[in-house]
Design a protein around this ligand. Structure first.
Ligand SMILES: O=C(CO)[C@@H](O)[C@H](O)COP(=O)(O)O
Length: 224
């Protein structure tokens, strides 16, 4: 299964006092249909970001697909709130101890798609119990918590491994990468099998955002 590559700008790299303006900058960029929204709890990751009210307020003014990444110890307690706020995909982590399979079912039952995520240091095998129950596999290419970090090269073989599993078993999920994704690292992820590129700093700082998106997405049908 191969998906059309897409870039999902990470709103975490926007201006937090003018988030609606940052969202509009993403939305007005040719080729952008998704936005990635990181939710941080100060426990699972050492930072705080947005709550459901922020997502709901952004939702009110946007047609983008809201790809919400819950970096939380207890994401199952917040699924309803974020889907009601407008999340269309909700990704949860494999590392914390909570009822993950049930949470993935809960996300789908409420009409959103669901993803499972691992941090760079987590063995890729931790994803295996969930691969038949998700729409997206997210491989963090930095330790989550902060934007602007350097891409972790050691995640490239993991991307290749999950891409191989997808091919071998005919899974339909997207392979998303997140952290330190710029034109150089993003294209390497694409060569390894990723099709969904979360980009914060590199997207918002790029002088020609549409060109950034075109380069990572490639021409329709193009293979590298
Ligand atoms: O999840 C995270 C950080 O924890 C990311 O979504 C960042 O927002 C990506 O930012 P850059 O590395 O692209 O600046």
């Amino acid at each position: 299964m191969s998906h059309r590559p897409i870039v999902a700008p990470s709103i975490l790299a926007g201006n937090h006092a003018r988030l609606a303006d940052s969202l509009a900058q993403a939305e007005q960029t040719d080729g952008v249909f998704w936005v990635h929204i990181d939710i941080m709890d100060g426990h699972f990751v050492p930072n705080l970001s947005f709550g459901p009210q922020t997502v709901a307020d952004l939702r009110g003014g946007s047609e983008l697909f809201f790809d919400v990444h819950l970096m939380l110890d207890n994401p199952h307690l917040y699924i309803d709130a974020f889907i009601k706020a407008g999340a269309q995909n909700v990704t949860i982590h494999a590392e914390p101890d909570y009822p993950k399979a049930e949470t993935l079912r809960q996300i789908r039952a409420q009409g959103a798609t669901c993803g499972i995520c691992i941090n760079p240091g987590t063995p890729v095998e931790m994803l295996e119990p969930y691969l038949e129950a998700v729409d997206l596999v997210l491989l963090m290419t930095v330790q989550p918590g902060f934007g602007g970090q350097s891409f972790r090269e050691d995640v490239l073989p993991k991307i290749e491994k999950v891409a191989h599993w997808r091919e071998q078993h005919g899974y339909q999920w997207r392979i998303e990468v997140d952290g330190g994704v710029n034109l150089e690292t993003g294209l390497r992820c694409r060569d390894a099998g990723a099709d969904t590129f979360v980009a914060g700093t590199a997207f918002f700082k790029h002088a020609d955002r549409a060109e950034f998106v075109r380069t990572l997405e490639g021409a329709p049908g193009e293979t590298r």
